[in-house]
Design a protein around this ligand. Sequence first.
Ligand code: GCW
Length: 742
Amino acid sequence: MPEILRRTLRDVFRHMTRARLALLPVLAVMLLLAATPLMAPAQAAAQAADEDGYALWLRYAPLPGAARAQLQAQARTVVRLAPASPTTDAAMAELQRGLAGMLGKAPATGNTVADGALVLARAADLPDTVRSSLALADAGTEGYVLRRTRLQGKNVFLIAANSDIGLLYGSFAWLRAAASGAPLESASAPALKLRVLNHWDNPDRTVERGYAGQSIWDWWALPDIVDARYLDYARANASLGINGTVLNNVNAKAEMLSPAFIAKAAALAGVFRPYGIRVYLSVRFSTPLELKETATADPLDPQVRAWWQREADEIYRAIPDFGGFLVKANSEGQPGPQDYHRTHVDGANMLAAALAPHNGAVMWRAFVYAPGGTKTDDRAKQAYDEFKPFDGRFAPNVLVQVKNGAIDFQPREPFHPLFGAMPRTPLMMEFQITKEYLGFSTDMAYLGPLFQETLAANTHHGSPPLSVADVLQQAPGKLTGMAGVANIGSDRNWSGSHFDQANWYAFGRLAWNPRGDARAIADEWAAQTFSRDTAVRGAVTGMMMVSREAVVNYMTPLGLHHMMGTGHHHGPAPWVDNLERPDWNPVYYHRTARDGIGFDRTATGSNAIAQYAPALAAQLADPRTTPEQVLLWFHHLPWDYRMASGRTLWQELISHYDRGVRQARDMQAQWAALAPAIDARRHAETAARLQRQAANAQLWRDACIAYFQSVSGLPLPAGVAPPAHDLDHYRKLRFPYAPGNG
Ligand code: GCW
């Protein structure tokens, strides 16, 4: 697609009114017809083959001619010097599959080294001279080295590692480079040990905050019937280096630890094992009590402790490499040690003792907030208040799992003040891949920038100061990790939308390397998922990189947060003020009033800023030195407060909402222009979502402005379009069947 046509289209869309957007499908068809003669043959072929998204980024699409010849020369045969094992079998199978796709024909396999061979070898399989040239020590137990070298007098391409799983990861990395056109030679090792998906999947196959169909775990059919899809799930995760999966919801049912469910989990573990993925379970703290096997769930009670020990032993008999437990305790009504006047340490260490003989870990969540919202004056402070005093008191196999921000996966949150504040405790990051608060799987929001923003944030703790990524990596003891709340479901495309696959991808890549770059990751994903063509992947990446900021702009700009509808969390509801807990109400968070807007978290308010390192707290104490992106998170400011732009806060706020709407429309136009380069099915499915997103953006913008205006009493700045309806209209909107409330 020529640049000029792309730009023209973008401009057309930018100036379209909402009504005219209904013409989008017509326009897309016209464009398709107009652009067809311009298409390169390869593009035309790609477009003809409709894709449903099932293959994810592992499509291994045929390479264009020159690239194909180049790759062919690197893999005339695929040779395994490493001994056969389920894991090296998986690596061989993946290389065969990938090469067959990209080259049109699978190369022969064998164990004779010849010129042009692609060779899989562990350190132990290589002669000293080759081994010492590879710096394999840096690869550790899971990393790899991809290198052209001479072996047995032949020119080969070597995938080398210290372990079988390193060979599998290396094979995926080699295929990724081949598919996306990156240099084939590289070396890499994961920065974090536990790279884990958290499924919020229930035994009845509903998924809490799931927007991609039902749970992919067909619990009813397991363990006898094992869906072939589980293998593809393992492939996709291993391709990113994800090495753990928590199968069930943190709001856990006691039955998950019944023998029937352990057998189901064991069947899944069997599928995942060759791919280096360990299975974990979320546990309900009161399980022994609820199963009527003990009279209490008090973590200091000897019978309770003995029960958990027996339970752990039983699980490990069924799943010898079981990963451990994830626990949500004393949060949002879940049972926990505090019910028995015990502490988080008592609870976590009791479970840790049961798992320790088997090398299992406890991931104990710091997402806690008190019933009634009475414990503190600010919900954002509670996790820190409860956990910080326990620094250094958790057993060595406990990680405290902390959400990226102090409230709850909002479109933008400052990093959680616990990062850097518990130097003697391993802290594990928890991101949310599923987009509970960023438009479900209908709105496009690429989360790479959100993840990166948090990981790169300077905690101002330590000397030199540590970023959040440093804190994760430098955790004391041997455990480090990152968790992502999965966005995977039974939908054919796995994630509910094609672009939501990128969030799974970005999570995995950043869990492997928390210093990774969101844009580079998007580009790499786009090349594999859509097209290697520079213009196409550039356009796709461009949209992705704007998308999350667009959502922030049309939902919660300038540090606003928690303004969504009750329960289902879809759509705007900043007016809600009648829920039983104060800290469930949006008005608690934005504090819109006649005099201004925002939550004062400085010394004159809740003083939550004091939970950050002193240098950062000092910056945040003053609105002038607080980044505008999070201004209203920390400050309550008058409507006429002067922003850096020279505009008043009121004007600036509205301009953000308007920008968000414009950005959503721009994404629509940019995608429309890509029609000739993307297969019709995925193009149409994405276009429909973008159209819905533009409408959603408008709804948020109009409803929020109508609400703010009703409280501020201020006129709209000149030239600003009034909301389409009055406030009452928006207040009456209901979304009774919004998904994800599982
Ligand atoms: O705020 C919330 C979500 C809940 C979720 C909770 C948590 C699993 O709305 O659905 O429960 O976070 O992270 O525990």
